[in-house]
Design a protein. Structure first.
Lengths: 475, 639
């Protein structure tokens, strides 16, 4: 047997190797030097991220269970960059709080396992691989959400996540079995050929969709989001809101565009309704949040609603705009979470009120936050503007004018609450604003990367063209 | 020809701007001055090298100066319509590089002395860097949209620098005025760009300007109100240019812009930014010339000629020396526009275009010199007004001599630079439009008169009682004066017609002796009159001013243009139109919006209870969601 074809799984194999290496290192590194684990893990993952940019052939393995192509490869790189930033931003937290409890390695192993699950999920060629990937990506995160064992709220977040996830994946599996019942196959390309419109296949689609909608936190499958984000460590909240959501959007889109293409007349209406509900619910809840983590949770729900505007089109333009938007969203949201993380780590403060007068004491941090929120709100010339603009163009090109109009209304609402934070930082004065502090090196690199991402994506458009070309892989 | 190094010319000032702008509290003033000068010096050296390479080594292929373009796609609209970013190297852009970098370098050096001790020293150099970057970018633009982007950037830097003394209300008002007035003109420019893009399918200068290209050949395909839409586009673009170049009726911002520090006036409001409008017309010259037999170009000619006359008359009556120079700038810009307007295209026919660019070049040198000299004087006597000056030649010999050279140059006395370029302009006007020729000659006389009026007023006449004895400026300020004086002497001998012509082939220009003699004669008469009136303090000038009566008063008040605009905006637009609209906005629009906003908050408060924190509720919502979706999409909404 020719094992060289296994190299198609290069991402997965290297990540697995890193995970195992960390477990071995845990055994050999003496107790008082455990903080080296953090350096090692970030170093190795950094190399993995860089290596990821090497090209990869388009092919499939294991009789079609695993497949990869340029688009999938690109998206894995996006996930890698996102995870690298998450790691950089959480390095200080790990070294200060977690390493002394001897649980540093545990964190990395769980996180990398979850990422591995996502790789398999988006590379899946059949529903079995997809389901395995989905489970592998979710279960470790539940453990990570409960990672701060001393905090009751963290344990609560873990329990809420695992129970909701179990429900969601159960429902999803139920849907998959119905699809198997109607088509007699679990392979994507075989299902595509034989799937027909029947009550059972539509029900299968709806159940399957709900399972992924849970991961993307679309209304009404979103309720866990705010509680879990608030309770989990900030790194995990940002991981959930960016990486986990991004991967789920990606695979959902692939499946809707390929396997469920014959049922498009059903799912486009479904997406339509859910998009409107998600945008409004997310925004209306975000308006009143005081806790920054809950605030970002609802904002990320609203952002997911915008993403659906690209998915609803079902064509290459929509695909490219969604991938581009996710890419922009990765950087913008990670920048926002990074600032929240830096402040929370230094002062333990997480409320919007605590941010008052921040610009006077920590101007650079405030500017990063401002850039991130401008990008999330979609103000030109930062990346977020183009992300939203392209999504709206895509939806409008299919004639969904009412939907685009409602989305614009929602952009206006979201602008209000994003500006609330900016007003607190820049215009409000406060007696006890957070005093000046200097972030550590890792955090700085993490924030600088996000800022670069936001600016470069906003000003350098050929990247979008590149994504558009890659999108033809799934057309 | 390798042009990639030309990218450095704009990038270096940008780097200076970022460096000084971000760290302006940390960098010491002395250091920031050096950084600014060094940055511009490198840009200038690169510009000179580029000019040498282009004009003498590799620019000319098959007897014709070529265009070298390097660009990348920035935004795609359709297959043909797209916005590029890049650089375009041809004869006029290279010439402009030389002008901008020379003047900017001199102003940087001069500012080290002039701005000494100013609290915002570093910030000042940062803004100069931003301006230089924008101006280089404007000059090198490859398409209409790119030029528009830098056009606005130049406007912003000009705004920042006019309002540099932001504690002075008049400076703030002047900055706003300059910005707003040019914005109005830029609106025309933008509409013009969009018309061009829509009807020709491209923003690229190269494609637009191709005499055999579709943009020029098909101008007649669509018309609007009796003119081709392309002509409309060109007129609108020219409105943008008229705004920047202070042509009638957009000139009102230029005199007020003198509130900025004097080096800024020299750089932006005399030598570089204000010629952007002329440059824009020259950039699109083939279009202006070929489309509808040069209809738009005729407008350019008349607007230029009338502006030039108008400004020269006002200049005679002003008492603030910087304002005299400002109106003189406007008048000379009108000259350049007029020269473009009367130009042809092929061979010697293109003399107007050549003369316009030539005059742009020489004018930049001597007008910057005049401003810097005026700055030197203002520095010494702490006043802008002629009444506070007189007899300064004893105290300021260098300033005196250099100012005199510049004044002779602008008055068109041979062999100084202005004589050569002005002569070519008059030749072009004489050959194409006699009326404009006579205006041009008359303006030449006026120019000599008002220039020597302030020259004699400053350096001769009766000595005033100065608070402290005026003294010559330090070397950092004297050096640019000397350098520019040298340029004002020799620049005229550059055989421009071999390098810069519309068809890029070059021709040999000859001095037209009769015309030159008339021009010189008129100039000398102007100088002589000024001599009589102003060399010694006497009452002659007041008597004549009285005898002109109303005309003098009109001119002194700049023909009441400001008052007219104020009347239109304040009385008519604000009261009759804006006020009712504002009421409507406040009552109806805001009311609706606030209502919606309040309702949003109320709704958001009401639904808060949905998020109970109980997991069983969440699970219920989840299952209910699935069930509802299933019912709806299986039974109800089945298309």
């Amino acid at each position: 047997m020719d094992f060289s074809s296994f190299l198609l799984m290069r991402h997965e194999l290297i990540l697995l190797a890193i995970t195992l290496l960390l477990i071995i290192a845990e055994i050999f590194i003496p107790h008082h030097k455990k903080s080296n684990i953090v350096h090692l893990a970030i170093f190795l993952f950094g190399i993995h991220t860089v290596l990821g940019f090497l090209g990869l052939a388009e092919s499939s393995l294991f009789g079609g269970m695993f497949r990869t192509n340029e688009m999938i490869h690109f998206f894995k790189n996006v996930l890698n960059v996102g995870v690298l930033i998450v790691l950089l931003q959480s390095a200080d937290w790990l070294q200060e709080k977690i390493v002394e409890q001897q649980r540093g390695t545990e964190f990395f192993v769980l996180l990398f396992s979850s990422l591995l699950g996502m790789y398999f999920m988006i590379s899946a060629g059949d529903f079995l691989m997809f389901y395995l990937g989905l489970e592998l990506s979710t279960l470790p995160v539940a453990a990570l959400a409960a990672f701060e064992v001393s905090k009751r709220i963290s344990s609560e977040a873990g329990v809420k996540l695992i129970l909701s996830a179990a429900l969601a994946s159960g429902v999803s599996l139920f849907g998959i079995s119905m699809l198997y019942a109607t088509t007699g196959s679990i392979y994507f390309n075989e299902i595509l050929e034989v799937i027909s419109v029947s009550n059972l296949s539509i029900l299968g689609l709806i159940l399957f969709f709900s399972g992924l909608a849970f991961k993307i936190s679309l209304v009404p499958f979103h309720f866990w989001t705010a509680d879990v984000y608030e309770g989990s460590p900030i790194s995990i909240a940002s991981y959930l809101s960016v990486i986990s959501k991004g991967a789920a959007v990606f695979i959902l889109m692939i499946l809707l565009f390929t396997v469920f293409k014959p049922l498009m007349f059903v799912w486009e209406n479904m997406v339509y309704v859910i998009a409107i509900a998600t945008m409004f619910i997310g925004n209306l809840f975000a308006l009143r949040q005081q806790n920054m983590k809950r605030f970002l949770a609802f904002s990320s729900i609203a952002q997911a609603g915008f993403i659906l505007l690209g998915i609803i089109t079902g064509d290459q333009l929509g695909f490219a705009t969604v991938v581009y938007f996710v890419l922009v969203y990765v950087f913008s949201n990670l920048a926002a979470f990074g600032v929240v993380q830096a402040i929370s780590l230094q002062t333990g403060k997480e409320n919007m009120k605590d941010y008052e007068g921040l610009y006077r004491t920590n101007p650079k941090l405030s500017l990063v936050m401002m850039l991130a929120l401008f990008s999330l709100a979609g103000i030109p010339p930062v990346a977020g503007f183009f992300g939203k603009f392209f999504l709206f163009t895509a939806a409008a090109s299919k004639g969904y004018y009412l939907l685009v109009f409602l989305a614009v209304v929602n952009v206006t609402i979201s602008l209000y609450y994003y500006l609330l934070v900016i007003r607190a930082m820049f215009l409000r004065k406060s007696e006890n604003s957070i005093p000046f502090f200097a972030s550590k090196l890792y955090m700085r690199i993490g924030l600088i990367l996000t800022v670069l991402g936001i600016l470069i994506l906003g000003l350098y458009s050929p990247l979008y063209e590149y994504i558009f070309e890659l999108s033809s892989n799934f057309m | 020809m390798n042009i990639s190094y030309i990218y450095l010319i704009p990038i270096i000032p940008l780097a200076v701007f970022l460096l000084l702008g971000i760290n302006f509290q940390k960098i010491k003033p002395a250091v920031s001055g050096y950084i600014g000068v060094l940055g511009l010096l490198s840009s200038a050296i690169l510009s000179y090298y580029a000019a040498y390479q282009y004009f003498f080594v590799s620019g000319k292929v098959d007897g014709k100066y070529q265009q070298f373009i390097d660009k990348t796609v920035w935004m795609n609209f359709t297959d043909t319509l797209r916005i590029d970013m890049g650089i375009l190297v041809d004869s006029i852009s290279v010439m402009m590089l030389v002008v901008v970098s020379t003047i900017s370098l001199m102003v940087h050096i001069y500012s080290r002395g002039y701005m000494k001790g100013d609290p915002g020293y570093t910030k000042f150099f940062a803004f100069l860097g931003l301006f230089s970057f924008s101006m280089f970018g404007l000059v090198l633009a490859t398409n209409l949209f790119q030029i528009y982007i830098f056009w606005e950037l130049v406007g912003v830097s000009s705004y920042l620098l006019i309002g540099y003394y932001y504690t002075k209300p008049s400076a703030v008002a002047a900055a706003k005025k300059a910005f707003i007035v040019t914005r109005f003109a830029d609106l025309g420019f933008l509409i013009g760009i969009l018309i061009m893009g829509y009807y020709t399918g491209t923003f690229d200068f190269e494609t637009l300007n191709n005499p055999e290209g579709s943009a020029i050949l098909n101008w007649a395909s669509t018309s609007f109100m009796g003119l081709s839409v392309i002509t409309w586009g060109l007129i609108l673009i020219f409105i943008g240019g008229a705004g920047k170049s202070a042509m009638l009726p957009f000139h009102i911002w230029l005199p007020d812009a003198m509130e900025g520090p004097t080096p800024v006036s020299a750089l932006i409001h005399a030598a570089t930014m204000v010629v952007a409008g002329v440059y824009l017309v020259a950039r699109l010259f083939p279009m202006f010339y070929f489309v509808e037999d040069g209809f738009a170009l005729n407008i350019v000619a008349y607007v230029g000629g009338i502006s030039s006359l108008f400004a020269a008359i006002i200049a005679i009556t002003q008492t603030d020396i910087k304002r005299v120079l400002a109106f003189s700038t406007m008048s000379q810009l009108g000259y350049m526009m007029m020269a473009l307007g009367v130009s042809g295209y092929d061979g010697h026919e293109g003399v107007g275009y050549m003369a316009s660019m030539f005059h742009l070049f020489t004018h930049a040198m001597f007008k910057a010199l005049l401003f810097l000299g005026a700055g030197s004087v203002i520095h010494a006597v702490h006043s802008n007004y002629l009444k506070d000056m007189g007899g300064l030649r004893k105290y300021m010999p260098i300033t005196n001599i250099t100012f005199l050279i510049a004044a002779l140059a602008i008055a068109g006395v041979p062999p100084f630079a202005g004589f050569w370029s002005k002569d070519e302009i008059l030749v072009a006007a004489f050959e194409h439009n006699q009326l404009l020729y006579y205006i041009g000659v008359f303006v030449a006389g006026l120019t000599a008169f008002y220039m020597f009026r302030i020259y004699f007023g400053i350096f001769w006449g009766k000595e005033k009682e100065y608070e402290h004895t005026p003294h010559e400026s330090p070397m950092s300020m004297a050096f640019p004066l000397l350098f520019l004086a040298g340029m004002s002497v020799v620049a005229g001998f550059i055989p421009f017609s071999e390098y810069v012509t519309p068809d890029n082939k070059g021709f040999e220009a000859h001095l037209n002796y009769p015309l030159a003699a008339i021009a010189v004669g008129v100039g000398v008469i102007g100088i002589a009159l000024a001599w009589v009136f102003y060399k010694k303090e006497n009452s002659l000038s007041d008597k004549y001013a009285k005898s002109f009566g109303a005309l003098y008063k009109w001119a002194y008040h700049k023909f009441y243009f400001d008052e007219l605009y104020m009347f239109i905006t304040k009385k008519i637009i604000f009261n009759r139109i804006s006020a009712p609209i504002a009421q409507f906005d406040k009552k109806v629009v805001d009311g609706t919006m606030e209502g919606i906003g309040n309702k949003t908050v109320v709704v958001s408060e009401k639904i808060k209870g949905m998020q109970s924190g109980k997991l069983q509720d969440y699970a219920f919502a989840f299952i209910a969601g699935v069930v509802v979706l299933a019912i709806v999409f299986i039974y109800l909404w089945t298309n």
